[in-house]
Structures are given as C-alpha cells and as structure tokens.
Ligand binder design. Structure first.
Ligand code: HEM
Ligand code: NAG
Ligand code: NAG
Ligand code: NAG
Ligand code: NAG
Length: 324
C-alpha cells in the first residue's frame, strides 16, 4: 500500500516537469530589454540610425516593415531573409521578394551596433526593432519589442514560395496560413493594416484589372469607380510601376488601409478577402478606427515570436548577409 502514493506522487511530478524540459533545454522566451546589460544602447542606436534613414528616404518605411513579416513567415524570425544566396538560392532571390528593399539599411544599423557591442545583437532582432521604429517614425504606435532572437544559418528559395501567402489568396487560405504560424484571425486583419504604408508593383494586382476570369473582365469585388484610375497607372504586363496602397498617405502609418478596404479599394485580392469573413469584416468596418494602433503592437509582438531561435541555438551573425 505504502509505495502507491509515492508512485502517484512521482507520476504527478513527472507530468509537471516533463512538459517543462524542452523549454529549459533549448528555448528561452524572448524578453523586453534583453540587451540592457550586454549592449545597453542597442535600441537607441537602432532608433538613431532609423531616424536618419527615414528622414532622407521615407519610402523605405514600407519595405523595412515588410521585411520583418517575410523573415518571420519563412523559418521563423531568424534573419534568414537577409542571407545572400550561396550554394542554394536564398529566400531573398525568390519571387515574393518583389520590392523587398532596404537590405543596405540593415547592414548600416548592424555596422553601428558592431562598433559599440561586437557580436552581441542579432540580425533577427535588428529586423524586429527596425520594423517597430519605422512605424513610430511614420506617426504610428510604439510598442515594446521583446528581444533575444538568434540568427539562423539557412535560407531557401522554395521555403519563401511555400510560406508567404500570395496576393491572390482567399480568406480561408489566409486564415490557415496565419494559423499555421500560431497567429489568429485577429492578427491577420490587424497585421494586414501594415498595408497603410508603402507601394505595390502593378503586377501584384493587375490580374484584377484585366481578363480576371479569362473573359476580358475585372474583379467584381473591386470598386468599379476605382478601376479606370488603376488601369491608367497600370497597363497590362507592367512590372515596374509602383502604386500607393493607401493613396495620399502611403508614408504615414494611419487607419487609411481600413478605409480603403471598406470602400472595396484594397489593391490585392487578399485585402478584399478580409470582407468575406464576419470577424475580419467587423474589425474593418467597426473596430479598426478605435483600436488599430493598440492592436498593431500586440500583433507585431505575436508575429515576432514565430519560430525564434534563442539561448544557444543559431548564432549572432557578424554580417547580416552571411553566416559566420
Ligand atoms: C496577409 C497576407 C499578406 C499578403 C498576401 C501581402 C502581400 C503583399 C504584396 C503583394 C505587396 C506588394 C509587393 C510589390 O508588388 O511590391 C505587399 C506590400 C507590403 N506589405 Fe504585405 N502582404 C501581407 C501581409 C503583410 C504583413 C503582415 C505586413 C506587415 C505587418 C505587410 C506589410 C507590407 C508593406 C509595408 C508593404 C509595402 C512594401 C513597399 O512599400 O515596398 N504585409 N504585401
Ligand atoms: C548580397 O545580396 C545583395 C542583395 O541581393 C547584393 O546587393 C549584394 O551585393 C550581395 N553581397 C555580396 C557580397 O555578394
Ligand atoms: C528577387 O528575385 C529575383 C528572382 O526571382 C532576382 O532576380 C532578384 O534579383 C531578386 N531581388 C532582390 C532585391 O533580391
Ligand atoms: C482558396 O484558395 C485555395 C488555394 O488556392 C483553394 O484550394 C481553395 O479551393 C479556395 N477556397 C475557396 C473557398 O475558394
Ligand atoms: C484572356 O484570357 C483568355 C483565357 O485565358 C485568353 O484566351 C485571352 O487571350 C485573354 N485575353 C487577353 C486580351 O489577354
């Protein structure tokens, strides 16, 4: 009789401890102020550099925000988007890279950080801090960025294709793409608000203007009165012209994206698709105006946690385009 309670006690203990094992063995959680002892000026250095960059080139805010999204959706937020192709073709050189610009800005920030704190701050964390700072510097919200990410050693073309949702995505594939990264439907509609910044190439949406179903037609979910203006900017097969996603305020982080989408003037099918789900539609029509700024920080923190390397995993790259 006596061994039984002990046995049950040990079993309970194991049940409590076993799930904790993987945590203590490798992954530590990210934390706010991770560099406060090892590189106390890190976040100030990033912000100072970004202040200079955005002052001179405000149109880099969009690409730099987008870069963190692309990093996180492919292999987790591990800086893999920054790696140059070597033996295998890197994410950087996969088609969804269209308009990913600003790599030299990341290199410039990294150089400044290496000068003050050699080998301490990861490229993956730089991407997360830069994404926050470009939002702040374009009049958007501030949020605290948990840090402590480490850099990965692999970047693959095929993984970018497989993990980044295309602009032709419908609502069910968007929801499942985000869910597969641990992000909710709310995160989907909130993070899509990042399209308040920046521009798109014509060929990311011109299928909606010309021959949408092969009958010489356009996408019926796009505002009929907006189509002539878009056709004027984007001739068939134009792959170079840039169109503002939130016209008139594409360098300002504001609620404009939701106004556009509610008027059926979102550029992508993936923007229009957000009116096809009751939760995302309700957010666009009724919630965004009051809570987008607060929600955006929360969802960016969620996105910034996807598949991170921490503790002893990965490395701190010396140069963001190359593994050590
Ligand atoms: C929901 C799925 C998403 C799809 C299908 C999508 C698709 C696209 C596409 C096709 C472009 C235009 C690329 C070009 O032609 O130049 C673009 C631009 C952009 N995206 Fe997204 N995106 C999504 C989510 C996000 C998220 C989560 C963020 C960040 C929070 C984001 C931020 C941006 C920004 C800032 C730009 C403008 C880039 C520039 O100015 O060069 N997107 N997106
Ligand atoms: C790395 O890739 C970037 C962008 O693709 C390119 O501009 C740069 O020259 C490359 N660097 C080296 C050293 O190959
Ligand atoms: C994007 O990928 C294409 C190949 O799909 C490549 O030719 C181009 O150089 C890449 N652009 C950048 C900025 O890396
Ligand atoms: C949504 O898109 C996916 C992928 O292209 C497709 O398999 C699916 O049938 C589409 N769903 C609807 C409801 O159209
Ligand atoms: C429109 O699409 C149909 C079907 O794919 C094709 O036969 C036709 O040539 C296209 N028209 C134009 C103007 O591209």
């Amino acid at each position: 009789m006596a061994p039984k309670p002990l046995f049950i006690f040990l079993l309970n203990l194991a049940a409590i401890l076993v799930p904790l094992l993987p945590l203590s063995a490798n992954a530590q959680a990210l934390k706010i102020g991770f560099y406060s002892k090892t590189c106390p000026k890190a976040e100030d250095i990033v912000f100072q550099e970004m202040t200079k960059v955005i002052k001179v080139s405000p149109s880099l805010a969009g690409p730099l925000l987008r870069m963190h999204f692309h990093d996180c959706f492919v292999r987790g937020c591990d800086g893999s988007v920054l790696l140059n192709s070597s033996k295998n073709t890197a994410e950087k050189d996969a088609p969804p890279n269209l308009s990913l610009r600003g790599y030299s800005v990341i290199d410039r920030v990294k150089t400044k950080l290496e000068r003050s704190c050699k080998g301490i701050v990861s490229c993956a964390d730089i991407l997360a801090l830069v994404a926050r700072d470009v939002v702040v510097l374009t009049n958007g919200p501030f949020w605290k960025v948990p840090t402590g990410r480490r850099d990965g050693r692999v970047s693959r073309f095929s993984e970018a294709l497989a993990n980044l949702p295309p602009p032709t995505s419908n609502i069910s594939s968007l929801k499942s793409s985000f869910a597969s990264k641990g992000l909710s439907t709310k995160d989907l509609v909130v993070l899509s608000g990042g399209h308040t910044l920046g521009t798109s190439h014509c060929n990311s949406f011109s299928n909606r203007l010309y021959n949408f179903t092969g009958k010489g037609d356009s996408d019926p979910t796009l505002d009929k009165n907006y189509i002539p203006a878009l056709k004027k900017k984007c001739k068939p097969n134009d792959a170079t012209t840039l169109v503002e996603m939130d016209p008139g305020s594409f360098k300002t982080f504001d609620n404009g994206y939701y106004t556009q989408v509610s008027k059926r003037r979102g550029l992508f099918q993936s923007d229009a698709a957000l009116l096809q789900d009751s939760q995302t539609k309700d957010y666009i029509l009724n919630k965004a105006s009051a809570s987008f700024f607060k929600d955006f920080g929360v969802s960016m923190v969620n996105m910034g946690k996807i598949g991170v390397l921490t503790g002893k995993s990965g490395e701190i790259r010396k140069q963001c385009a190359f593994v050590n």
